[in-house]
Design a protein around this ligand. Structure first.
Ligand code: GSH
Length: 225
């Protein structure tokens, strides 16, 4: 049976979809939306207790947490070089970047809540938005510094699933942080987006529906962004 990915276009589920395209593994996509209540359906709760995407039905089990799914796919699929094996010199670094993508993801999620999902702009805290933007910029600076030595991917050994975790995340980060200040990261992101599997996964997931602007400036205190 083909795996089934519970997905929101433009969300972390893209990591799984992209990785499955890198692996050449077919998958059916069940689409959801953040604001239409579909994540609150009882059937979905049984699949994802936090009512988040991605969730993946595969190999007779149901998995949630994008990082865990990415690692599971790397561990259970053969014939790829997307994960350094246990004992490899780059294994620890691979794990570190895999999870660093979620440090960025948490910051982006907080900004999404403030900029996009609060029902009334008066509910926003411009102070919190400013702090979260700064914290995201600091975490991105760490990535920019790591790419300073000219490496094309997170690991010197080449493209890996850590890049899949990070590549999607950087696309979302660019809605809140101007990448002109981060030339290494900008080139890295373009390198990710040029991969055939990235393009194929993007076509398979369809258009995202929650960002309506390319870039979201911090609002003025009491104003709109
Ligand atoms: N750490 C989890 C986070 C999952 C997550 O928060 N997904 C978001 C989409 S990117 C979601 O489903 N949000 C729906 C909500 O918060 O109601 C993962 O990496 O899978």
């Amino acid at each position: 049976m083909k795996p089934v990915l519970h997905s929101i276009a433009g969300s972390r589920s893209f990591r799984v979809l992209w990785l499955m395209h890198e692996l050449g593994e077919l998958v059916d996509v069940v689409p959801y939306q953040i604001m239409d209540g579909s994540l609150q359906a009882p059937e979905f709760k049984a699949i994802s207790p936090a009512r988040r995407v991605p969730a993946l039905e595969i190999d007779g089990r149901v998995l949630h947490e994008s990082g865990a799914i990415v690692q599971y796919l790397c561990e259970t699929r053969a014939g790829h070089s997307l994960m350094p094996p246990v004992g490899d010199a780059e294994r620890a670094e691979w794990l570190m970047w895999l999870h660093y993508a979620e440090t960025l993801g948490a910051g982006i999620q907080n900004l999404n809540m403030q900029h996009l999902f609060l029902p009334d702009p008066a509910m926003r805290s411009v102070t919190v938005m400013g702090i979260e933007t700064k914290r995201l910029a600091i975490a991105l600076k760490g990535l920019e510094a790591a790419l300073e030595d000219g490496r094309a991917y997170l690991l010197k050994g080449g493209f890996s699933a850590a890049d899949v975790m990070m590549g999607f995340t950087l696309e979302s980060a660019a809605r809140y942080i101007r990448f002109e200040r981060y030339p290494n990261m900008e080139a890295y992101l373009q390198r990710m987006a040029a991969r055939p599997a990235f393009g194929a996964a993007r076509a398979a997931e369809g258009p995202q529906e929650f960002y309506s602007k390319d870039f979201y400036d911090l609002p003025q205190q009491g104003g709109k962004s």
